[in-house]
Write a protein that binds this ligand. Structure first.
Ligand SMILES: [Zn+2]
Ligand SMILES: [Zn+2]
Length: 150
């Protein structure tokens, strides 16, 4: 990811290209759907002296500017990603919390129409699919197998 592109993305969004903001964008480019704690841990070696509070502030600024999307699967801290504005959905593992992207099968936002929106003008629909990720499936199959042999 070249820094010049990230810098111009920030400037176009009306934000100064600080090292903290560049660093957070860089981390989320490589690790989408990270929570603040994970971003902080990846950022710290690149930017010693940064704080978790600083990371929270940067994530808030970037989300408000539309450069990041914030998702909050139930039971998990807020996660952030750079893939914005395409109304994609998420699949979340009920066992380990792994998050994946699911392309919207229908198309543009809002891809789903409620039968009765109670007078609201609907702009987006956010669907969370829950299930077991491949590694958790493998783990539970192994566990079953082990039980069978006992
Ligand atoms: Zn899992
Ligand atoms: Zn996503």
């Amino acid at each position: 990811m070249d820094a010049a592109r990230l810098e111009s993305e920030l400037r176009e969004a009306g934000l100064k290209a600080t090292r903290g903001r560049l660093g957070v964008l860089e981390v989320l480019t490589h690790h989408p759907h990270s929570d603040a704690e994970t971003v902080f841990r990846s950022l710290f070696p690149m930017l010693p002296g940064t704080s978790i509070q600083n990371v929270h502030n940067v994530l808030g600024d970037l989300t408000a500017a539309g450069l990041l999307r914030r998702i909050e699967p139930a039971g998990s801290p807020a996660r952030y990603e750079r893939r914005v504005g395409d109304n994609h959905h998420h699949v979340v593992c009920t066992a380990c919390g792994a998050v994946g992207d699911v392309d919207c099968v229908v198309g543009h936002a809002p891809c789903l129409d409620p039968s009765d929106a109670g007078g609201f003008a609907i702009s987006t629909a956010e669907v969370t699919f829950w299930g077991l990720c491949p590694s958790c499936q493998a783990r539970s199959e192994r566990a079953h197998h082990d039980e069978g042999e006992r």
